[in-house]
Design a protein around this ligand. Sequence first.
Ligand code: PLP
Length: 390
Amino acid sequence: MDYSQKIARQIAGIPRSGIRDFFELVQGREGVISLGVGEPDFTTPWHIREAAIYALEKGHTSYTSNLGLPALRKAIARYVSDFFHVEYEALTEVLVTVGVSEAIDIALRALINPGDEVIYHEPCYVSYSPSIVMAYGTAVGVHTRKRDGFSLKPEELAKVITPKSRVLMLNFPTNPTGATASREDLEGIAKLCIEHDLFVLTDEIYSELRYDADEEHVSIASLPGMKERTVLLHGFSKAFAMTGFRLGYACAPQPITEAMMKIHQYSMLCAPIMSQMAAIEALENGAPEVAKMRDAYHQRRDFLVKRLNQMGLSCHSPGGAFYVFPDIRGTGLSSKEFAMRLLEEEGVAAVPGSAFGESGEGFLRCCYATGFDDLKLAMDKMERFVGRLA
Ligand code: PLP
């Protein structure tokens, strides 16, 4: 059978993830040090795991309300109020999802009509452009630059807004660059969104992982006039090291959560109950462990930035997330060639910047959610590799 004729055109046109391509090469190789996967190396804190175990022990194995457990939505509304300084009505403006991944998908499907333009800043998380296309939108990437710390400048955003622009996707701190956005830039971006009637989808999954004391995390949802035109997405995967729990949430005005719910109730029904119960524990008592993990990431960031610059790969010090994005253009290799050869010759896996969009070419994403011993070894090996290229 010719299966190519059986696959929907919209899906057939979506490229495979550059990360997946690369990791298929890594699989099966012995002794590789991976700076590749964007996943905490920490196990979920014990008291959070215990809450999930307790949920099972107590026989909590059912569906929950489609929106999520009321107790969890209340805990989320309190946390978002304390952390992001935005007030949401727990029972109508908070929707619990299966990871931020599901929230991105259903928010886009709820907000855009075929052909609407969705703007996002690039290099970006690999799912954004495909998710826009799967929602029948047109993906419009704005390139960000090393000299701006890969942050989105309002003047660059202004250049790509058209009458068809409908949604702006933001992600600060950013995967893959670790970029953060200043309050001033966010205010400029917010002004443009209000002027051009854009809705904002802000993925703040790395917001707890900020390292520079002189910088505060500002959510665009907290700026004047923005809550009513913003969907704030957050989750448990990164800061709480809960990737396998598959839990996230969206906070938005009630008509928007209601529209997202229409999709969620038929596609997912609800997020897993034991994960939801564990998440209540995470929000209520998880702060000390989050702080410990953040301190560890902070030390690793400083170490990597120093070593990469010392070996001649210029690398800005990103304010957040757990990635560094060194400039490898001086080596004369493409990001794919660099990553392939580093893997072949030294057994170190990092992701070519091109996997995150055109503007990622010339850079490499190194994830530092890896223990210090491995990071040190990886840097020694990379230095030897770069030395041979010189
Ligand atoms: N958003 C960004 C920016 C990410 O980097 C990731 C995972 O790497 C996700 C969303 C997916 O998060 P979740 O595990 O909550 O689906």
